[in-house]
Ligand binder design. Structure first.
Ligand SMILES: C[S@@+](CC[C@H](N)C(=O)[O-])C[C@H]1O[C@@H](n2cnc3c(N)ncnc32)[C@H](O)[C@@H]1O
Length: 446
């Protein structure tokens, strides 16, 4: 019998299967898919554990399943494949007793109306359960013995492993390893409304364990918590933002009246940080995605900030902009692979393809070229990505600078990470934040 909506709502495993199916078939991203569902607090943790867990270890779980799957499943049976992934994840990484994990998955085959799959699910998961008990050998060791492919060992697609290896020949293993861990929940304290020390006292009173980060607005929480339930959330004392992204505040200090364009602004993290720390700027927040921009004005109200000029539009086509050369400062937080944020978005490993990197590079260059035309003489452009791939970072900036006599790189120095030819690279395995790239370019006819 097909599960009705009520049953699916109540059953976290079925919800996890629906979510995974959309990602594996590349129909939706994890964020959008999870936001599309209203999960009650009693089932949310299990749905998240299963979905994030399977996506983190997808490549090794898949290789394990292939070992015991004697017939290839049809595309229309992706739900059975997702049931097997969930079962294998529970057996390998959760404390679910083996008999319970196997029985639940067999029952799920019935719930998705595929009774024929029950014996197969049962047999495959029992084999995996036996293997999980027998074999605790470290996967990295097994790879070195060439018993596993690199994707199965490092839980990334081969093309991504190759690019990261080429860019970071000494650190690639460490980067891949950290990508499969859980990112901390990092808060940005609204320094206009309270000092970090004051907010730490509020957390301590609420018995929430936390650790200050090196950036003076950032605090890491020991355990993930629904942000809206944190003390002072409604009053705008804090927001959630990775420490790498918060390093923007080290680079941008703007006098009152500066005309600023945040050109790819949605959902608004950087715009809000800018306003908190430079409330007297004249900010325009632009993004092509109106839906992603829709919460920005609500957020400015919550944080007690002035509302920027919010525009939904395409930054590669600024001919609609009637006031050319209008901005003194432009932030281009460009669309990218997100390869520095895999801990938070493990679906990136399945959704992004190698050819996307080149497509992003083309779009990034196009955005830079167009935005350059609306930057005043003497103005500054900050280029940022949450990518660790040079193809989207230094190589884009190098191409952009070629032949532009009026474009000059400015020095960038941050708390962590390393200087690159054209900017600064934060890596995800350093200091616990995401991977980011920043480059500062000034426009000056010398
Ligand atoms: C990395 S995200 C920006 C994150 C944002 N700055 C923040 O801190 O919350 C990249 C954004 O670029 C936007 N984007 C993609 N192509 C664009 C275009 N042609 N014009 C304007 N925005 C675009 C996407 O909609 C996406 O919101």
């Amino acid at each position: 019998m097909k599960p009705n909506k009520q049953q699916a709502k109540a059953n976290p495993r079925l919800l996890a299967i629906t979510t995974l199916k959309k990602i594996i078939t590349r129909k939706n991203s994890l964020d959008r898919q999870l936001h599309a569902q209203t999960l009650s607090e009693d089932i949310r943790p299990l749905v998240y554990e299963l979905v994030y867990g399977v996506l983190r270890y997808y490549y090794s779980l898949d290789s394990l399943l292939q070992k015991y799957m004697h017939t290839k499943l049809r595309k229309k049976d992706t739900d059975i494949y997702c049931i097997l992934l969930i079962g294998a994840y529970q057996l390998k990484y959760m404390r679910t007793p083996a008999y319970a994990a196997v029985n639940e998955c067999v029952a799920l085959s019935q719930s998705v109306k595929k009774t024929w799959a029950k014996p197969m699910v049962n047999a495959i998961l029992r084999n995996i359960s036996r293997e999980a008990q027998d074999n605790n050998q470290d996967r990295q060791e097994l790879q070195e013995l060439q018993e596993f492919s690199e994707p199965a060992c490092f839980d990334h697609p081969q093309w991504m492993i190759d690019h990261i290896k080429a860019a970071y020949p000494l650190q690639w293993r460490e980067i891949l390893k950290i990508n499969n861990t859980r990112a901390p929940l990092t808060l940005r304290v609204n320094l206009r409304l309270n000092a970090r020390k004051m907010y730490q006292t509020l957390l301590a009173k609420a018995e929430i364990e936390a650790q200050p980060c090196s950036i003076n607005s950032a605090i890491n929480l020991k355990a993930a918590i629904e942000t809206k339930t944190l003390p002072g959330w409604q009053e705008g004392l804090i927001s959630a933002q990775d420490e790498g992204a918060q390093q923007l505040s080290e680079l941008v200090s703007l006098p009152p009246g500066t005309r600023v364009l945040d050109a790819c602004a949605a959902p608004g993290g950087k715009s809000l940080l800018l306003l908190e720390q430079n409330p007297e700027i004249i900010l325009t927040s632009l993004d092509i995605d109106a839906e992603r921009l829709s919460h920005l004005s609500e957020e400015t109200q919550r944080l007690g900030l002035p509302t920027p000029n919010i525009i939904s539009g395409d930054a590669t086509q600024l001919d609609w902009w009637d006031n050319k050369h209008a901005f003194d400062y432009i932030i281009l937080d460009a669309p990218c692979s997100g390869s520095g944020t895999i801990r938070r978005h493990p679906d990136i490993k399945l959704l992004k393809l190698e050819e996307d990197i080149q497509k992003f590079a083309v779009l990034q260059l196009q955005l830079l070229e167009n935005l350059w035309s609306v930057l005043t003489e003497g103005g500054t452009l900050l280029y940022a990505t949450c990518s660790i791939l040079p193809e989207e970072n230094d190589l884009v900036i190098e191409r952009f600078l070629a032949g532009k006599l009026e474009a000059h790189l400015l020095p960038v120095k941050l708390h962590s990470g390393k200087k690159t030819k054209c900017g600064y690279q934060l890596l995800p395995q350093q200091d616990g934040h995401d991977g980011f790239y920043f480059s500062l370019i000034s426009k000056q006819n010398l």
